[in-house]
Design a protein. Structure first.
Length: 200
């Protein structure tokens, strides 16, 4: 994946779409962006000549579900201290940041010709790939002018755009349905007024 462009862009975009209100949106979007990018911190392994097959290598432990869970817990613990632990809102936020971090690995598992992702580390260091691989792998290099890089960016932007459009439509339909239920006016039941007649 073209990490420095598409991963954080997707994280920021999807967080903005699902953000329920403007209150706290900036922090929510920023943290979602970081979570979507963070697993690629393992690209620093290339500076130390660590093999891709090693748990510390690219798409190793930093792309695992355990890592995603730890990141989610740390984010909520450090930046949402006001939330009561194990409350419904606390679980919702943990689940959201876990999903954003784990999706990084899912997207990388959709990259053609990659070594796969160690989702189950530390229980299993096997690298897994998804059967559908529409994304293009890009060799890690410091030159950003490679034609393959920009082709990969184009493919990924198209892919993520479709995901975001679908999510936006679902969000709008849900909002419209919720608004319709809340503004529904009950038909008043006609009442019969009984007038008593007085004897003259």
């Amino acid at each position: 994946m073209a990490t420095f462009l598409t991963h954080p862009l997707f994280g920021a975009s999807v967080a903005y779409v699902v953000s329920p209100s403007r209150h706290g949106r900036r922090k929510f979007v920023l943290l979602s962006t970081v979570c979507q990018w963070l697993p690629d911190i393992d690209t620093f392994s290339y500076l130390f000549a660590i093999s891709d097959s090693h748990p510390l290598g690219h798409r190793g432990l930093a792309h695992s579900l355990v890592f995603a869970a730890l990141v989610a817990l740390c984010v909520v613990r450090c930046w949402y201290r006001e939330m009561h632990p194990f409350s419904q809102r606390w679980w919702t936020m943990c689940g959201w940041f876990f999903l954003l971090t784990a999706l990084h690995g899912v997207f990388d598992a959709m990259v053609f010709s990659s070594r796969g992702v160690a989702f189950l580390w530390p229980f299993d260091n096997t690298r897994y790939q998804l059967p559908w691989q529409p994304l293009v792998d890009v060799p890690i290099a410091f030159s950003a002018l490679q034609g393959q890089l920009w082709y990969a960016v184009l493919v990924e932007c198209q892919f993520f755009s479709l995901l975001l459009v679908g999510l936006f439509v679902m969000r709008r339909v849900a909002d419209f349905s919720r608004q319709s239920r809340s503004t529904q006016v009950l038909t008043p039941v006609p009442t019969v007024v009984m007038e008593s007649q007085q004897d003259v």
